[in-house]
Design a protein around this ligand. Structure first.
Ligand code: MF3
Ligand code: CO
Ligand code: CO
Length: 277
């Protein structure tokens, strides 16, 4: 049941039932996504050998409360944490725990905050101490694949153009693309239409329109693309236990391309390496 207030403020839907947001919606997304990005910026100092992912999670919760937002994952489908923390061969949805991070680990921290009902979803990789070359390379390729996916976004293109840009680049760099998880519409809902696949063909999927808002969040593996979910019901790992990496941005389709709402205000989006002083 939609009441009059909801009807008046509900985002427009096009025939494909994908919500379109107006300038006011873009403004709210800018606000919440910049809080998410500032939180991710604040993690570079915290993440080092010996720190636990539970400590990272507490920082994400406190940062949110200090900035007037709440983590969307807290209580989401029974998930009990403020972030996902995915280490090494964990592909996504790793649950924070009390095990200390170790030198050479790579860890993805995925944060979604809610501000006045608007969701800002982003994740980055963090290097724990000194990485091996193979891990560093995986981070670089994964980040570049996200940038190529973003570059494919414009009105008139299909979602498949994003997938093809990511997959063709990732595979040319001898990395594989995880198929089991995808990007998603986001805004007033955490997970909305359309699905944004990180593989596929340019002519697949719905046509992008100005006003759509969604995430792009490719997961790339050094080995095979196959994943399995552990008995905890959340933690997704590579079946061959090869390293996996992921970066995620929330973007809005504009007149001639897209706006990346979750860009680092400190210019710290680059792969996992500590910002230069
Ligand atoms: N933030 C994740 C995403 O990018 C979703 C996490 S849902 C959770 O879509 F329940 F696992 F936290
Ligand atoms: Co997401
Ligand atoms: Co996310």
């Amino acid at each position: 049941m939609v009441n009059y207030v909801d009807a008046a403020t509900a985002p427009l839907k096009n025939d494909g039932s994908i919500r379109l947001y107006d300038a006011a919606g873009f403004d709210k997304m800018r606000q919440v996504c910049q809080i998410t990005a500032r939180c991710l910026d604040s993690l570079y100092d915290l993440i080092q050998p010996g720190v636990t992912t539970a400590e990272i999670d507490r920082h994400v919760l406190q940062f949110g409360l200090d900035n007037g937002v709440v983590p969307a994952t807290l209580g989401y489908r029974g998930y009990k944490y403020s972030s996902c923390t995915s280490i090494n061969h964990v592909v996504c949805h790793g649950m924070p725990n009390d095990k200390p991070l170790r030198d050479g680990d790579i860890v993805n921290v995925d944060v979604t905050y809610i501000l006045d009902g608007w969701h800002g979803d982003s994740s980055r990789m963090y290097a724990v101490g000194q990485l091996k070359r193979a891990a560093e390379r995986l981070l670089e390729v994964t980040y570049e694949s996200l940038l190529r996916g973003i570059a494919a976004v414009k009105p008139g293109a299909r979602t498949g153009a994003i997938g093809e840009a990511i997959q063709s680049y990732a595979e040319s760099e001898r990395c594989s693309v995880v198929r089991d998880f995808c990007g998603h519409g986001v805004g007033r809902l955490f997970h909305d239409t359309p699905n944004i696949l990180h593989y596929g063909r340019t002519n697949d999927g719905p046509v992008l329109k100005e006003g759509m808002i969604f995430t792009i969040e490719p997961m790339l593996n050094i080995g095979k693309p196959h994943v399995k979910v552990l008995n905890d019901g959340w933690t997704a790992v590579t079946r061959d236990r090869s390293l996996s990496a992921q970066y995620e941005h929330t973007v809005g389709v504009t007149k001639d391309g897209c706006e990346v709402f979750t860009l680092s205000p400190g210019g710290h989006d680059r792969p996992g390496l500590k910002p230069r002083p």
